[in-house]
Design a protein around this ligand. Structure first.
Ligand SMILES: C[S@@+](CC[C@H](N)C(=O)[O-])C[C@H]1O[C@@H](n2cnc3c(N)ncnc32)[C@H](O)[C@@H]1O
Length: 413
């Protein structure tokens, strides 16, 4: 008998690190996901996991009341960098309205509107520079959760875009898509499709295998198995290609279906989509063995997309070939992809900067910030390489301003 009644001799204290790590990964959403895995016999598809991680009504990343955008959030999107992004796209919207014959009621629909900053900037520009188009516009701001709609309503109201001064509709995406009837106008989105759930597949021989989310000792892990739906093989059959042997790849069935449903609701008009992504042959190139799925928290990429579900943003590069094909089924023609850097340049970024330069002496800090914003939005290692897909139905696509080659600007100058 010693003075010390405790016997620690057998204790594996190093193993405590596992519990420590497990606790750090735990979030209120983790038990919900573990329940779903247990209910479904030990695994769920990655699409189900991502649907919960981003969209669970209480604990999903995009359902949080306190979700912060821009510099204070987990990542910065273009509308958060500077309103000039929305002002330049508003020029494009004005041209679309004119090309449609200046309809008296012009639907201006933005799915996945984030903080509301993009629509606020678009409407600010239209009100100041194109009042007739502003009066004709019927803005509809769409998102997946009432907290997001509240945030967007507040952003727009703070700038005077609320009744009685001005009508803006705020609606859940699903409700808007399920409505009968069609609109004439434009659907414009930034980084919306890359937030929709994807299936994860792994190429093994000719047949795709699917990666499921399972649990190992309370921790989430990936496990390969037969595909959960024939739609995955059909997706690649429709493209006439397969990812490289042994490669992991994302399959955006939800993005494809959403695009087709948006396209179906447009009688006549345009769909302008800006997102990280590529044509399918580039996205599924044989050298791309790891796919494009990324997890972000506090502006830092996270090594594990399964870590801290509900507190981590998940995103991937979209397959623009499939999005264009989905819209084509509803009568849309599409133009070859361009980049955000090129589109913003031809929409007038240089002219806007030149004008800003002329008043630089009044406030040099403001001018420096404007120049920095222009650089950030067109930086080809960042936001500038975001792809732009422009599509039209019952309206001319050729010569659309955002599609013009940069040389045409040089010729004009
Ligand atoms: C990456 S954020 C982009 C936000 C904004 N467009 C921007 O550029 O700052 C994705 C947006 O899509 C919304 N979203 C994500 N999943 C959704 C879903 N399943 N249905 C509707 N909206 C969704 C999010 O709430 C968020 O507003």
């Amino acid at each position: 008998m010693t003075d010390n009644p405790h016997n620690f001799a057998e204790a594996d204290d190093f193993a405590l690190a596992d519990e420590f790590a497990l606790a750090a990964e735990s979030t209120p959403l983790l038990p919900v996901i573990l329940d779903a895995i247990a209910r479904e016999g030990g695994r769920i598809t990655f699409a189900e996991f991502m649907g919960l991680a981003l969209g669970h009504p209480e604990h999903g990343y995009y359902s949080r009341k306190d979700l912060r955008w821009g510099k204070d959030g987990d990542y910065e999107t273009s509308p958060e960098v500077h309103p000039i992004f929305g002002y330049l796209w508003a020029r494009q919207i004005l041209e679309c309205w004119e090309r449609l014959g200046r309809p008296e009621e012009f639907a201006l629909v933005e799915p996945g509107a984030g903080s509301g900053a993009f629509m606020a900037a678009i409407l600010t520009w239209l009100r100041a520079r194109a009042p007739e188009c502003f009066e004709a516009a019927r803005p509809t701001v769409l998102d997946g959760h009432p907290h997001r709609l509240d945030q967007q309503r507040a952003t727009l109201a703070a700038r005077g875009f609320a009744p009685p001064a001005y009508e803006v509709e705020h609606a859940l995406t699903e409700d808007w898509l399920a409505r009968p009837g069609r609109v004439t106008g434009i659907v414009i989105s930034n980084e919306f499709f890359d937030a929709l759930p994807i299936h994860l597949m792994e190429r093994e021989g000719d047949d795709p295998r699917e990666l499921y989310v399972t649990s190992e000792g309370g921790r989430l892990a990936l496990e390969a198995g037969e595909t959960s739906t024939a739609a995955i093989a059909a997706y690649f059959d429709a493209l006439g290609l397969r990812p490289g042997e042994g490669a992991t790849a994302e399959v955006g069935l939800a993005a494809r279906d959403a695009m087709q449903r948006f396209a179906a609701r447009v009688e006549r008009g345009y769909i302008l989509t800006t997102d990280y992504g590529y044509e399918a042959r580039e996205l599924y190139a044989s050298w791309r063995t790891q796919g494009t799925l990324m997890a972000f928290r506090g502006h830092s990429p996270q090594p594990d997309p399964l870590g801290q579900p509900g507190r981590t943003d998940l995103t991937y590069h979209v397959d623009f070939t499939t999005l264009a094909t989905a819209a084509a089924q509803e009568g849309f023609e599409s133009a070859p992809l361009t980049t955000q850097a090129e589109a913003l340049s031809v929409l007038g970024l240089a002219d806007a900067l030149r004008a800003a330069g002329e008043r630089a002496h009044e406030d040099v800090h403001r001018y420096a910030a404007e120049r920095r914003a222009a650089e950030t939005l067109t930086d080809m290692s960042g936001l500038g390489r975001i792809a732009v897909l422009a599509m039209a139905k019952g309206a001319p696509l050729d010569g659309l301003r955002c599609l013009q080659p940069i040389e045409s600007l040089m010729r004009r100058a």
